[in-house]
Design a protein around this ligand. Structure first.
Ligand SMILES: Cc1cc2nc3c(=O)[nH]c(=O)nc-3n(C[C@H](O)[C@H](O)[C@H](O)COP(=O)(O)O)c2cc1C
Length: 158
């Protein structure tokens, strides 16, 4: 049996993206071979040398767009990959009300030839504005993770 390989990458400052990745990993690991990494701890070559079937990218929103650290990693990855990764999905953590132009990771993945097909639906996870940038999550966010996982499973189709 061929096992679908899923690689999740994220950048975090206060842990929310990590927590979401851990939740998603727990919910997908029954069916897929899944690996999760903070981009500061790996190099783009780690992925380009062993490309997965599916890439999931988690971005914190800063200054109205996906954080530069994760965007920069994706750009470097695009230069290293021999061929685009077949499928990708995206999620975001943010603090201000959601704006559609926050969701720029999809075009970054496409423009840099990192992924061929990108899931149209994405997870946007709102952090409470408590004066600190770390949250906690706003009430009602957790069920969105299950919804996203369901869509990712359908998208992978295995
Ligand atoms: C310098 C800075 C700028 C930010 N700008 C935005 C913003 O423009 N819009 C927004 O919704 N959240 C903004 N945030 C809040 C972050 O999205 C939030 O801290 C982050 O998603 C938390 O994720 P993490 O715990 O994984 O680091 C900003 C946070 C920082 C520190």
């Amino acid at each position: 049996m061929i096992i679908t390989k899923v690689w999740m990458i994220y950048h975090t400052k206060s842990g929310n993206c990590r927590k979401i990745c851990e939740d998603i990993t727990e919910k997908l690991k029954d069916k897929y071979e899944i690996r999760t990494d903070e981009v500061k701890r790996i190099k783009p070559e780690d992925i380009s040398n062993h490309p997965p079937d599916v890439l999931i990218v988690g971005s914190r929103i800063t200054f109205g767009k996906p954080d530069k650290t994760i965007t920069g990693f994706i750009k470097k990855l695009g230069k290293k990959l021999e061929a685009p990764i077949p499928k990708a999905a995206t999620f975001y953590t943010h603090m201000s009300p959601w704006q559609s132009d926050f969701a720029k990771m999809k075009s970054t993945l496409k423009e840099n030839n990192v992924a061929k097909e990108i899931l149209l639906d994405f997870l946007e996870f709102k952090i409470q504005d408590t004066g600190k940038m770390s949250g906690p999550p706003e009430l009602g966010q957790e069920p969105k993770i299950d919804d996203f996982v369901g869509k990712v499973r359908e998208f992978i189709g295995i």
